[in-house]
Design a protein. Sequence first.
Length: 739
Amino acid sequence: MIATDSFKIKGMACASCGESIRRAISRLEGVRECVVNYAWETVFVTYDALVVDLSTIQRVVTRLGYEVVTEEETGVDKKTIGKLIVGGVVSVILLVTSLPMMLGLGHTSAALHWWQLLLTTPVMFWCGHSFFVGAISGLKHRNFNMNTLIALGTSAAYVYSLIVTVYPQWGGDVYYESAAVIITLVLLGKFLESRVKQQAASAIKKLMQLVPPTTRVIREGKEMEIPLELLQVDDIVVVLPGERIPADGEIILGESTVDESMLTGESFPVYKKVGDEVIGGTINQTGSFRFRCRRIGRDTVLAQIIELVRLAAASKAPIERFADRVTGYFVPVVIAISLLSFLVWWLWGKDFHMALTTAITVLIISCPCALGLATPTSLMVATSLAASHGVLFKEAETLETARMVKTVVFDKTGTLTVGKPVCTDFITLGGTETEKDILQKAAAVESFSEHPLAKAIREYAQQQGVDINFLDDDVSQIQVIPGGGIQAVVGGKLVQVGNREWLESLGVDTSPLLQLCTSSSNPHLLDKTTVWIAVDKQIQAVMAFADALKPSTFLAVNQLRQMGLDLVILSGDNENTTARIAQSLGIRKYFASLSPQGKITKLREIQQSQPRGRKVAMVGDGINDAPSLALADVGIALATGTEVAMAASDITLISGDLTGVVFAIKLSQATMNNIRQNLFFAYIYNLIAIPVAAGVLYPAWGILLNPMIAGAAMALSSLSVVTNALRLRRVAARIPTTG
């Protein structure tokens, strides 16, 4: 039985730690796949539950020296803050007492060395405990990471100082302050980094906190409050104004407006009535209602959104895999450079103190944290931001690929259009029956039909202010004619609503209205679906229906065109209807009357016609779109469509708002720019800092870095990368959406 789980860990110092954990877990029999996300501090593992269990996997992590924790235990604990305070106080004391030596005003006394040893030891082995445990564990498993560099650097300073203290006849200075300050600065850097990473992940954490802990249900005729975990499918749930909806379901009593902005990105409240679906985690605003629970726990829309974001975090974009490979070679190379600088300055320069200083400085300044954080932090911020805007990326690779989209292919029905008939024209002869009278009679007859056109007639009548609430006695002798229409007696008059051929077969003369429909004032009206209305065998009106464009379609298409993208429509609808939609949107290239296989063929032709490096995105919602979504370089499905389409796609738009396509592409472009900036900062920092730390500037300009400055620079490099990743929030805020 194949299972997929994730769990949080603490103690990772850099991306190399994550790689050592991944390798150790992957060696276990039964483990199919393991991904460790350093930015999320999370292990994602797929395994055969009949061969290995989760507790065995977690024990491997603890044996490596890391800690498995719950979601509540993540972040910065009180012990870390205590270590920071102790390290900070001791570091200040050591710096003050070492000032004479540091300023070249003389040497410190032997007695002071012992006091400095006494103060430094707790900082080394209590405050810096995690670094040494991580380094020893890494050595056992032949893995070098940031812990290795910190442990080697501070140990060299501490051990050398200890020897000078015990054997003062050796002469020379001590470096206790360097060891203590370096550990304190690294702890401070990790503390700040952790705080910023928590801020980066705040969007997904907000999603996880949306569901209320308790809910109100009706059981055995009584209203009672129960813990959410006791909620069951088919329970009747009571929701009052201002409360969060606890699960997914269908309203059975009452009506209200619901704020779904956290899930869909849509800022306007959505009106909900009997029969409408509600989503767990959204906020009820104005009225109270009851709904029948349909999905709970992991089956809810909210849970699926969170899982999609987690899956995106678990996957790696190609650029991240490249950075991981570089990090894997980085630490051994740095250790080699450190040893080389030590030997060069000791053997060639004949200066042991300088040799030791350069070796320690190289180890400290070249921490791979910035490299390890450069990509996953930006991806974490981007996927969380996307989720809060109702855009879900299935994999991190999609976030990288979407920026290269140059052609967007749209399905028509249900994607560009609302996917249901909407009345576009209502033409009457202007006789004794007023428009409202005719609409009221037609709506009365159609209230006994479930046909989509019947619903469209009733909705149009409501929009025109017609009262469509009828008593059973008002309508009689109802007769449905399959393929023709429906007729009934309304208020003593025979009302017939149906297609023209059926009415003409009953002796109704439709020619007066037919002339109006074919006149120059009504172009293309007969290309639409028409419903004809007769009262007492006299033709009175014709209604034309079409699949109307979504409100967001015009804005999305215009924005995509401004971005310089090519737009194409692939539709299974007829040529006239597809041409009309394409013309109204200003899309020149369209293909109509396509089967699902025909869509695949056309999509493949479009892909093959693209210049190298240009990608094609497909946007759709139906089952017939699923093959095309899977074939496209980037498949974008509307969550208002079918689950099959969502499963086949790379990106899901929760609200069905097409401006999400614009947001996804622009966010992808911004994210990749952000990652490149991070990698540039990380690589440039190391390319400049390591040679300077090794002393290459000393012969010409006398510049030699102090290990403490190196520790501060290392911490700032990591912090700068994470802070730069957070700039994506401002970038995302500038991307226009209908919300």
